[in-house]
Design a protein around this ligand. Structure first.
Ligand code: ZN
Length: 310
């Protein structure tokens, strides 16, 4: 079988208040609440997952909400913009919706021939909606966010770097991405392994102070592979490149491995298997607090400690 990186799998960011995060992503942005679980490495904290109906790779945005987290600062060594695809003509709807909900947003602008709208989530995480014609993905919809305007999943992630060379080499030499466009210091890479969630933009910001990963920052960027065999293939390639890669870690809904790319950003390679229905049926995704086997025995203490989300 062809071993390919199939675009983005998920993006994980850091939030403050869990309820505020839940309200914004499910109610304002209209994403499905896919999974309510805990940070497996810090089980006193939630790990919240948002995406499409089934949690398809390329739609999954996840958060660690730490209540007293101080705000981070965007800068080199960070994923600085998380971009969603939306239908052409939907940006006016979104701009009005953000204004009505007190969400900071810019006026629509254009880059690489596409209209986009930049906005900040309540913790200051920078997001973009990019108008894409004929995105084939089926959107999750709500009473207020119809299919005519709903997000389709990721369009791109932007990485800001002091020096793009090492990161670009991982994208092109290991992950199969190609440089497809450039404007000033912004370089757009894409893989033709699939048509969606397949863009990574690198922004060269030499001399700028490094960013600080904390509240409102992306924690890591996960790329998608089909299965464990494909993940192992990429593990070996990355090690040959001289990168330090973790062994495979079971994250219950996917299998993960992590490495720090040369520009300083934490990358993950995650599998499609087993998926979000491994412990809840499709209709009930996100409705129970799900704990992995290693934390199930502590359920009562964990539940007593976590805030209720409504
Ligand atoms: Zn991850």
């Amino acid at each position: 079988m062809d071993n390919k990186i199939l675009g983005l799998h998920h993006i994980t960011a850091i939030a403050g208040d869990a309820q505020r995060n839940f309200n914004f992503y499910t109610k304002v942005l209209g994403l499905r609440f896919l999974k309510k679980t805990v940070n497996f490495d810090d089980p006193g904290t939630y790990h919240l997952y948002y995406g499409d109906e089934r949690g398809s790779a390329g739609t999954i945005l996840t958060f660690f909400p730490w209540e007293h987290m101080t705000p981070g600062r965007r800068g080199p060594g960070q994923a600085t913009e998380t971009g969603y695809a939306v239908p052409v003509g939907s940006l006016d709807f979104w701009m009005k919706r953000f204004e009505a909900n007190g969400i900071t947003c810019n006026k629509p602008a254009e880059k690489f021939g596409q209209r986009y709208l930049t906005f900040l989530d309540p913790d200051g995480l920078k997001l973009e909606l990019t108008e894409v014609a004929d995105d084939p993905r089926t959107p999750w919809t709500t009473a207020e966010v119809s299919a005519e305007v709903a997000t389709r999943g990721f369009h791109h992630i932007t990485l800001t770097l002091s020096n793009i060379e090492g990161t670009a080499a991982v994208l092109t030499d290991v992950f199969g991405y190609k440089l497809v466009a450039q404007h000033v210091n912004r370089f757009r890479y894409a893989t033709d392994a699939l048509d969606t969630a397949n863009i990574v933009e690198l922004v060269a910001a030499p001399g700028e102070a490094h960013g600080h990963v904390a509240g409102g920052s992306v924690h890591h960027v996960a790329f998608r592979v089909k299965d464990d065999a494909s993940q192992l293939y990429f593990r070996n390639l990355l090690i040959k490149k001289g990168l330090q890669v973790t062994p495979q870690i079971d994250r219950q809904y996917f299998h993960a491995m992590y490495f720090r790319e040369p520009g300083g950003i934490l990358f993950e390679v995650a599998t499609d298997n087993p998926g979000f229905m491994v412990d809840e049926p499709l209709a009930e995704l996100g409705t129970h607090l799900m704990l992995p086997p290693q934390h199930e025995s502590k359920r009562a203490a964990i539940e007593a400690h976590l805030p209720v989300l409504a």
